[in-house]
Ligand binder design. Structure first.
Ligand SMILES: Nc1ncnc2c1ncn2[C@@H]1O[C@H](COP(=O)(O)OP(=O)(O)OP(=O)(O)O)[C@@H](O)[C@H]1O
Length: 695
C-alpha cells in the first residue's frame, strides 16, 4: 500500500489517520468483516486463547529483525505510557504479523493482561485471536478500536484496545502500536493518542531511513515545523522525488503516485543547488518557498553529514549517490561563498559537525594521527588513510573535510569497490548528454566535478580498475576533467583523501596498482588503529551506547561484558561493536545494564571460537541479578557459571526470579525490589517462568 492508498483509507484527512468512531456504521462493518474472517479461521468464541509464546531464540531473532522499529518506538512508547499511567492500561508494540515485541503497563493491569498473554512473544494476529485491535488493525492496515464484547474470543472481552498500524516512509506496514486497558476504562481520546504516537514514530524514521537524501520539512505556518503536522518530503541528491508523508501530500495537493512524476524544482520552484545555497544562508532558520500550487510555506532542511555515533547535523555533504544532474549545475559547480561569510559559517559548522576533535577520545595513536592532520589542515596535501575494515576511515575522511576550509562545499565519497567497473568511469568523470545509449537525458557532471571546491574521498582505492587509475592520475595532475562525450575539459579543484585496507605496495609489486598514482595520493599517510589496539574502548563504547539508546537514563554495561570487550579481537572493529551494542540495547530495553545474556549468540560463539577466558573474578561480579543484601532470597546464585553460556546465565536469572516470586507469593513489585531489577524485567520474562511462581 502506498501513502496514497492510506490517504484514501483515511477519508481524505492528512492529519493522523482517523479510525471510524466506535459503533459508527463504518466501525460496525469493519468489526463484522473481522468476525467473518475469525470464523473462517476456524476459531470459536468460547475457545481458550492460544497462550503459546515464541521461544527465546525466535523472540530474539524477531527483536533483532525489528530493531529499527523498536528503537524508534520504545522512547515514544515511554511518553505515551506516561500519559496513560494509572488508567489500568498498557502500551504494546507488535511486529507487522502481530507478535508482541515490547510492552509497558500499570503493574496491576499487567497482571490481568498476562492472563490473556498480552506479553512479548505472543501472537495477536486475527488468525490466532480473532477480532482484536492489533490483528484487525494490521489486517485492515487502518487504526481500529475493539471494545469489550467486540472481541471475538470471550476471554478477551474484558479489554478495550486501540491499535494503529505503523507505516514505514514508503507506506508499508511495519508493525502496530496498541493501547489496551480494562474495558471500563475506555476513553475516546486513547485512539488519538495512539495514532499521534505512531505518527511521531513514523516522522522520526525519515532521518534514519534516508541518511543521504535531501529531507525537506515544511508547513504554511512556521510554528508547525517540528510538529506532527509538518510535511516531510524526500528527494535524491539530484532532485528526484523519493517519498512524502501524508501532510506533505496534502500541502502539495498531490498523491504519492502523482508526486513520483515531479522533481524538487517542479514542486518547490528552485533547483537543488539554489536550494542548497539558501539552506546555507538561512542556517537553522526556516525559509520561505513557494510550492507549485502557489502556496507559500516555511521550510527547513537538514542537508546532512554522516556523524559518528549516528548523529546528524546541518552541513553541506554529498555522498556517492548525491550527484546532481548536469542541468542543475552551473558549468563550474558550486564554489565557496565569499571568504568572510564562509569563515564564520565554517566556525559554526566545526562546532556541530563530525570533527577531528570529536574523534579524539583518548587513544594515543589516534591522537597522534589527529595532530598530524591538524598540521596539514588547509594545505590540500593528499591524505591516505590506512586501517582495517570498520576502523573509521570514512568517518575520519569526513572529519578532515569538516575541519578544513573546504567544509562549505561538498564532501563526495566514492566507494571504488561498490561501483560496477563498467560504470565507474561515467560515475567519476561524468558524461555529456547523449554520450551513450541509455544515458540520462541531460547527462551527468560526475563525482569529481561535484566535489569541486570540496573534498573527493576515494574509499577502497585499491579496488579501482587499473585503466581508470591512469585517468584519475591525469585528473589529479592536471586538475581537469573531461566528461565522456564532452570533447572538452573542465577545471576542477578538489582536495583528495583516499582510504584502503589493502597493502598497496604489495599491489604495486604485483603490477595491480600504479606506482605513480600511489605517490600522487600518499602526501600524508595515516593509519587508524584496530579497535583491539585502542586504549579508549570504554569511552567509545559509552558514546556509542548513548547514541543508540534514546532513553533519558543512560544505559550501563556490566564489568563482565566490558572485560570481555577488552579481550575480544574485534575483527569488524567499530562496525562490529556498533552493531553489537545496537542489538544489546534492544535486548536490554534501555533500562538496565548490558549483561552477558543480552549479547547475541553469534557474538558469544565468536568469543568461544577465539578461545577467550574471563577471569573468574569477573564472573563473580556478574550483575544479572543484584539482590538487596539483607533480603537476598536463597537463589541459585551463579557461583561460577561457564563464562559464555548465555543460555545458562539466562537460566540463572530465571531461577532467581522464580525463587523471588515464590518467596513473595507472586508479588512482582516486591520480587523486583528484592532482585534489584525493574518490574518490567520480570514481566518480560513472565512467559518463561513456571506457572507455580505466581502464588
Ligand atoms: N571513532 C569512532 N567512534 C564511534 N563509531 C565509529 C568510530 N569510527 C567509526 N565508527 C562507526 O563504525 C562504522 C564503520 O566506520 P567507517 O565506515 O568509517 O569505517 P571504515 O574504516 O571506512 O570501514 P570500511 O573499510 O569497511 O569501509 C560506522 O558506523 C561508524 O559510524
Amino acid at each position: 500500500m502506498t501513502p496514497n492508498d492510506r490517504t484514501a483509507k483515511g477519508g481524505g484527512s492528512y492529519g493522523p489517520l482517523n479510525s471510524p468512531s466506535l459503533n459508527s456504521p463504518e466501525h460496525e462493518s469493519l468489526i463484522g468483516s473481522s468476525r467473518q474472517r475469525s470464523q473462517a479461521y476456524g476459531l470459536r468464541e468460547m475457545d481458550a486463547p492460544d497462550f503459546s509464546v515464541a521461544g527465546r531464540g525466535l523472540l530474539n531473532q524477531t527483536l533483532e529483525e525489528n530493531s529499527f522499529l523498536y528503537q524508534h518506538a520504545a522512547p515514544v512508547m515511554e511518553t505515551l505510557y506516561q500519559q496513560i499511567a494509572n488508567t489500568q492500561s498498557m502500551v504494546l508494540l507488535t511486529t507487522r504479523s502481530g507478535m508482541v515485541l515490547h510492552s509497558l503497563g500499570d503493574a496491576d493491569f499487567l497482571e490481568k493482561a498476562s492472563q490473556v498473554a498480552l506479553a512479548p512473544g505472543v501472537d495477536w494476529s486475527e488468525k490466532s485471536k480473532g477480532t482484536n485491535a492489533i490483528g484487525t488493525a494490521l489486517t485492515e492496515e487502518h487504526p481500529v478500536v475493539v471494545h469489550g464484547s467486540q472481541h471475538f474470543l470471550e476471554a478477551n472481552r474484558f479489554l478495550t484496545c486501540s491499535c494503529t498500524p505503523i507505516f514505514d516512509p514508503y507506506g508499508k506496514v511495519m508493525g502496530a502500536l496498541d493501547v489496551t486497558g480494562d474495558h471500563r476504562s475506555y476513553h475516546q481520546h486513547t485512539m488519538a493518542l495512539a495514532r499521534m504516537s505512531a505518527q511521531m514514530i513514523e516522522n522520526h524514521m525519515y532521518a534514519d531511513v534516508f541518511p543521504k537524501e535531501i529531507i525537506v520539512r515544511f508547513h504554511a505556518r512556521a510554528e508547525f515545523l517540528g510538529t506532527l503536522m509538518e510535511g516531510i518530503a524526500v528527494f535524491t541528491g539530484d532532485g528526484r522525488f523519493v517519498t512524502a508523508n501524508r501532510s506533505a501530500q496534502f500541502q502539495l495537493t498531490l498523491s504519492a503516485n502523482a508526486l513520483g512524476a515531479h522533481t524538487f524544482s517542479s514542486l518547490f520552484g528552485v533547483s537543488i543547488s539554489q536550494f542548497h545555497d539558501r539552506v546555507r544562508t538561512a542556517g537553522t532558520r526556516p525559509m520561505n518557498l513557494c510550492l507549485h500550487n502557489g502556496v507559500t510555506v516555511c521550510c527547513i532542511s537538514d542537508v546532512k553529514s554522516r556523524m559518528p555515533f549516528g548523529g546528524m547535523h546541518f552541513g553541506a555533504t554529498a555522498s556517492a549517490s548525491d550527484e546532481p544532474a548536469a542541468d542543475t549545475q552551473a558549468k563550474a559547480p558550486a564554489k565557496a561563498d565569499a571568504p568572510s561569510t564562509a569563515a564564520s559559517r565554517d566556525a559554526q559548522r566545526r562546532e556541530s559537525l563530525s570533527s577531528l576533535r570529536y574523534l579524539d577520545t583518548g587513544d594515543t595513536q589516534v591522537a597522534a594521527v589527529i595532530q598530524k592532520l591538524y598540521k596539514v589542515r588547509g594545505r590540500d596535501i593528499p591524505v591516505m588513510i590506512l586501517g582495517e575494515t570498520g576502523t573509521g576511515k570514512d568517518l575520519l575522511a569526513q572529519a578532515i573535510h569538516n575541519d578544513s576550509p573546504r567544509a562549505g562545499n561538498n564532501f563526495v565519497s566514492v566507494n571504488c569497490a561498490s561501483i560496477p567497473e563498467t560504470l565507474i568511469e561515467s560515475e567519476l568523470f561524468g558524461y555529456e548528454e547523449g554520450a551513450f545509449t541509455g544515458a540520462k537525458r541531460k547527462g551527468s557532471v560526475g563525482k569529481v566535478l561535484f566535489a569541486n571546491g570540496g573534498t573527493l574521498f576515494l574509499d577502497e582505492i585499491g579496488d579501482m580498475p587499473k585503466h581508470l587509475q591512469a585517468r584519475l592520475l591525469r585528473v589529479l595532475q592536471e586538475r581537469k576533467v573531461s566528461p565522456l562525450g564532452a570533447g572538452k575539459e573542465v577545471e576542477v579543484d578538489v582536495a583528495v583523501i583516499c582510504a584502503t585496507n589493502k597493502n598497496l605496495k604489495d599491489m604495486i609489486a604485483r603490477g595491480e596498482f600504479r606506482e605513480d598514482l600511489y605517490y600522487r595520493l600518499n602526501g600524508l599517510v595515516v593509519r587508524l588503529p584496530a579497535l583491539r589496539e585502542r586504549q579508549d574502548l570504554e569511552v567509545v563504547t559509552r558514546k556509542i551506547l548513548a547514541s543508540v539508546c534514546h532513553s533519558p537514563t543512560p544505559i550501563g554495561i556490566s564489568n563482565q561484558v566490558m572485560n570481555l570487550f577488552h579481550q575480544f579481537p574485534w575483527p569488524g572493529n567499530f562496525r562490529q561493536l556498533y552493531n553489537l551494542l545496537r542489538t544489546a540495547v534492544v535486548m536490554v530495553g534501555c533500562n538496565e545494564d548490558i549483561q552477558m545474556h543480552h549479547l547475541p549468540d553469534d557474538f558469544l560463539e565468536e568469543v568461544q571460537m577465539a578461545d577467550l577466558v574471563l577471569p573468574r573474578a569477573s564472573v563473580k561480579q556478574m550483575e544479572v541479578i543484584r539482590p538487596a543484601p539483607e533480603q537476598a532470597p536463597a537463589m541459585t546464585a551463579p557461583s561460577a557459571p561457564p563464562p559464555f553460556a548465555s543460555t545458562k546465565l539466562e537460566n540463572v536469572a530465571l531461577g532467581a526470579m522464580a525463587q523471588a516470586l515464590r518467596s513473595t507469593g507472586g508479588n512482582v513489585s516486591v520480587a523486583a525490589k528484592m532482585l534489584g531489577v525493574s518490574r518490567n524485567t520480570i514481566y518480560r520474562k513472565k512467559a518463561l517462568l513456571p506457572a507455580d511462581v505466581w502464588g
